[in-house]
Design a protein around this ligand. Structure first.
Ligand SMILES: Nc1ncnc2c1ncn2[C@@H]1O[C@H](COP(=O)(O)OP(=O)(O)OP(=O)(O)O)[C@@H](O)[C@H]1O
Ligand SMILES: [Mg+2]
Length: 421
């Protein structure tokens, strides 16, 4: 659990319903995937004539419930707080799955005893500690985005609850939790190389789907804790509270709201607020580096020069000899040498300082596809063990998470507009 001191600083947001809201949520039916996606696995999107983010932000909980129910119909369930209390034993710590910056997540179970016709299934209930309008906006963004977007690599939102000041979200339960837990929790079994590739591919497909929509969706908070895993290690993206509709043409989005998480956010985004799908590509590159090295994007427990993964790893990525020194020692040489080299180069491209040099998601998927069947294991080709210098320092995973998961916020209230890149 995160301690209360690590809570992100929240800015005072005088103008919560800025122009951005109109552009982002005002006409949600524009957020349509391409035709080819439709034919595969995408549920048709409802029409959102009544659902305006700006007006919903200001509405009473009764009005919000009415609007959401009318817009989503039976696709998304509006739960009562009492129902969610019942299925989580009053949000008991025994049912706690984890805790993020916005509250705790508890396991529950729903079936048709709770609601007639409800499919029996385990669920994850996120109890948002919303602290005012800012948290409400993120809750609403999550409902609106995930309520409409359906894809095998996006976590499924089953329902929501909006009662007085309470805001909750009900997701499908992901039995293997987050990628973060598997990569960095000391007690977890090391993820095999093939599983890491499978996860990278699943997450890439989720991002490609978002970016490939007619009006691209920028995910904005791509990181290992938001990549959830089902029982077969299929990856699904969660947490759309920060997602935003992308700019069209040469416009880039300038935002002054929450930005993402230290270590994952693209440098141009941190310094200027300019937001494009290429910001997500940067974060994807950081996650590739985490998969490769077993190190966190930002690790304050390490010496200064090693704290930022991208800065530390870059010099190692272009030489096979140096690369083997930074491969996750928990893999114990059970990784494809060629595959690791390709991932390193791909990651390097993704974290290019110039966003234009970063690849697009389809190219990333193509590269990853080519690596799935490589079997040239380092341990059998004499490339392991590598230098002991690279071994992971032994630190408490809980301490790491507490110190490294900080979100980035802008200090000023939001003034948002589109700008030419
Ligand atoms: N649908 C789910 N199924 C199973 N476990 C989940 C689910 N959603 C979240 N969790 C667990 O709860 C933890 C907390 O999730 P949450 O999204 O609230 O925070 P976070 O991603 O760790 O941090 P942040 O607030 O910075 O996004 C996750 O790391 C994961 O272990
Ligand atoms: Mg999360």
């Amino acid at each position: 659990m995160k301690d209360s001191n690590s809570k992100p600083w929240r800015p005072f947001t005088a103008n919560c319903c800025s122009v951005e809201d109109q552009a982002v949520f005002g006409n949600f039916s524009r957020c349509r995937p391409s035709r080819s996606d439709f034919s595969k696995n995408i549920a048709p999107l409802p029409s959102f004539r009544r659902l305006s983010f700006s007006s919903l932000s200001r509405s009473s909980s009764t009005r919000i419930n009415e609007d959401l129910a009318q817009s989503f119909g039976p696709d998304l369930l509006d739960f009562q707080l009492s129902e969610l209390r019942a299925i989580t034993q009053n949000f008991s710590s025994h049912f706690l799955l984890g805790e993020g910056g916005f509250g705790t997540v508890h396991k529950g179970y729903v079936d048709d005893n709770l609601r007639a016709g409800l499919k029996a299934q385990a669920v994850a209930v996120k109890l948002l500690d919303i602290e005012g309008l800012q948290g409400h906006r993120e809750w609403l963004a999550e409902v609106i985005f995930l309520g409409q977007l359906r894809h095998p690599n996006l976590v499924k939102l089953i329902g929501y609850c909006c009662e007085d000041e309470e805001r909750l979200l009900v997701y499908e339960f992901m039995p293997r939790g987050s990628l973060e837990n598997h990569l960095f929790k000391r007690l977890s079994v090391a993820l095999p190389w093939g599983t890491r590739l499978k996860i990278a591919m699943g997450a890439a497909k989720g991002l490609a789907f978002l970016h490939g929509a007619e009006k691209p969706v920028i995910y904005r908070d791509f990181k290992t804790s938001n990549v959830l895993l089902d029982s077969d290690f299929n990856a699904k993206l969660s947490d759309f509270g920060l997602a935003t509709m992308g700019p069209e043409g040469s416009n880039t989005h300038v935002t002054t709201r929450v930005m993402g998480t230290y270590g994952y956010a693209a440098p141009e985004y941190v310094s200027t607020g300019h937001l494009t799908t290429k910001s997500d590509i940067y974060s994807f590159g950081v996650v590739l580096l985490e998969l490769l090295t077993g190190r966190r994007a930002m690790d304050k427990t390490r010496p200064k020069t090693e704290q930022n993964l991208v800065d530390w790893a870059k010099p190692y990525l272009t030489s096979s000899r140096r690369l083997r020194c930074v491969i996750d020692p928990r893999l114990a040489g059970q990784y494809s040498v060629k595959g690791a080299k390709e991932i390193a180069l791909l990651a390097l491209q993704c974290v290019s300082l110039n966003p234009k040099d970063r690849p697009k998601m389809p190219a990333i998927i193509e590269t990853l596809e080519g690596l799935q069947h490589l079997r040239d294991m380092a341990v059998t080709s004499g490339q392991w063990p590598a230098s002991p210098k690279a071994s992971r320092s032994v630190v408490s995973a809980a301490k790491e998470k507490r110190e490294n998961g900080a979100k980035i916020y802008w200090k000023n209230s939001p003034v948002t507009h589109s700008a030419k890149s």
